[in-house]
Design a protein around this ligand. Sequence first.
Ligand SMILES: CC(C)(COP(=O)(O)OP(=O)(O)OC[C@H]1O[C@@H](n2cnc3c(N)ncnc32)[C@H](O)[C@@H]1OP(=O)(O)O)[C@@H](O)C(=O)NCCC(=O)NCCS
Length: 144
Amino acid sequence: MSRLAVTDDVPSIVQIEQACFGASAWSHGLVTDEVRSPRHVVLVADDLTAYGAVSLAGDVADLDRIAVLPASRGRGLARDVLTDLVDRARDLGADRMLLEVAADNVAAIGLYEGHGFDTISTRTGYYAGGVDALVMELAIQEWR
Ligand SMILES: CC(C)(COP(=O)(O)OP(=O)(O)OC[C@H]1O[C@@H](n2cnc3c(N)ncnc32)[C@H](O)[C@@H]1OP(=O)(O)O)[C@@H](O)C(=O)NCCC(=O)NCCS
């Protein structure tokens, strides 16, 4: 189960960021801004081992982050958080969700494809090291 993040959750979210994204982890300040922003939805798993964030702009929701502490992976936590993010984005008026994912991130691509995301384009050499980015889209009004 997941719920909306509150300011008290920021240290736990930063821990997840650091464990999952290392040098690219979001800072305490950036996470705080997202949690407080009316244009973002940030959710945490009840046990604070997973979180996800979307930003909303008109009818488009961008999936900015989804991450699970390494020891808690493979238990369906990301699936639950992503389902909740899509439901909430739809309730807030979004028609589609977009994301970018590294073409070699097998786990994340499996998660997104399992939710019905389609690859709509590729950004060649988008990430450090020359890894391509896949741009994926989900039509969320028709979802579920
Ligand atoms: C991607 C990530 C969020 C998945 O979290 P998770 O809680 O382990 O995922 P779940 O257990 O909910 O699995 C959901 C689906 O994802 C896919 N998946 C998850 N781990 C996978 C793996 N190692 N290999 C292939 N597919 C995988 C599967 O399709 C799975 O569905 P299934 O269980 O029916 O096979 C996690 O690996 C992670 O935090 N990675 C680092 C951060 C990251 O890369 N985030 C995405 C970019 S922002």
